[in-house]
Design a protein around this ligand. Structure first.
Ligand SMILES: [Zn+2]
Length: 339
């Protein structure tokens, strides 16, 4: 079985996702959000939005199940306040739950959390519990920068985040550290902000004692770990200079990188440098880069073909495509057997 651990509902019906802007508009005019609901979307409209996109790509590429979350840039935690983010996260997760209900063999849910700069994590904890306990989700996306590119909040290792880590440990779900849209014109969302966010989050975790406090917490850094694998020597050196454990005995006991790296040499580097047990297959389709590489004729985000081309033994291949995800997402096994 091939588990794609990172997919977003980027093709969700627009009339539904417009709900976010309706909430933002209402809040800015001081109107009550109570009673506001997203537009009705039929099961057929959901099917249509997926059939010629994620589902076709799963079939064509030979992947089996996608851990599916709301569109990452669409979380846009910088818009509105925590009441807007809460209603928007609930609506987004409800839609993912319908996708998983319609296609239980193809998708399993990961939650968007309500976050807002300076608002704490209480709302995120509540929605995480609802998503896991009521909707059957198996993970969540955690935005390390709800300000949208200004990084005005606290690092992930600050005590203000601890109630969220406690809830994730208790529920036994991992988090993908995933920024959202950049509203800072210095940072292109998927080209600059995403990769910088991945790298920044890794360094925050590396420098901290977070995993001494939460030894079973599991966090995934997407997009191949940002710039970290390429600069592995720098981070090992920084860790050792600071009197920390080497990465493999330290931060990498709890941190995983996915394979959303859109060329074969990049994935070769990832698998050469980072221990196999820390690498989880993912493509992030349909996502940041949608076109075909004119040199290969294949989609940039068809990451399975790059891994297929690597000289990995069967054990490493099995771990990357399936075994590591089963370990990091313990609730996946139950979700699969229910279906
Ligand atoms: Zn993503």
């Amino acid at each position: 079985m091939i588990i794609d651990s990172h997919g977003h509902y980027t093709t969700a019906p627009k009339k539904y996702t417009d709900f976010h802007f309706e909430l933002v508009g209402a809040a800015s005019e001081g109107r009550s959000l109570a009673g506001m609901r997203p537009a009705d979307v039929s099961d057929d409209e959901i099917r249509e939005s997926l059939e010629d996109a994620q589902l076709r790509m799963q079939r064509e590429r030979g992947t089996d199940i996608t851990i599916f979350s709301p569109k990452a840039a669409g979380m846009s935690h910088h818009l509105g306040d925590i009441s807007v983010s809460t209603r928007w996260a609930e609506a987004s997760n409800d839609l993912i739950a319908r996708v998983c209900e319609l296609y239980p063999k193809n998708f399993v849910g990961a939650a968007q959390l309500p976050q807002s700069d300076g608002a704490g994590v209480d709302a995120a904890v509540r929605e995480l519990r609802r998503a896991v306990n009521d909707l059957g989700f198996i993970g969540c996306n955690v935005n390390p920068d709800p300000s949208g590119g200004y990084w005005s909040g606290t690092p992930l290792t600050d005590k203000s985040w601890y109630p969220l880590w406690e809830a994730m440990v208790e529920l036994d779900v991992p988090g993908m550290i995933h920024v959202s849209k950049s509203c800072n014109p210095n940072f292109h969302t998927t080209g600059g902000h995403y990769i910088a966010g991945d790298t920044t989050a890794f360094v925050q975790l590396m420098q901290s004692t977070l995993f001494d406090d939460f030894p079973t917490l599991r966090l995934i850094i997407p997009h191949g770990g940002g710039a970290v694998p390429y600069h592995w020597g720098r981070y090992r050196g920084l860790a050792l200079d600071s009197g920390l454990s080497d990465l493999e005995e330290g931060v990498m006991k709890n941190v995983y990188f996915d394979t959303c790296v859109y060329h074969e040499p990049g994935l070769r580097l990832l698998t050469d440098v980072v221990p196999t047990r820390n690498i989880i297959f993912a493509s992030e389709m349909v996502g940041a880069v949608r076109g075909c590489d004119p040199r290969t004729g294949r989609h940039f985000d068809d990451t399975k073909t790059y891994i297929d081309a690597l000289e990995l033994d069967a054990e490493a291949r099995g771990a990357i495509f399936q075994g590591n995800a089963m370990r990091v997402f313990p609730r996946l096994q139950a979700a699969l057997s229910e279906n």
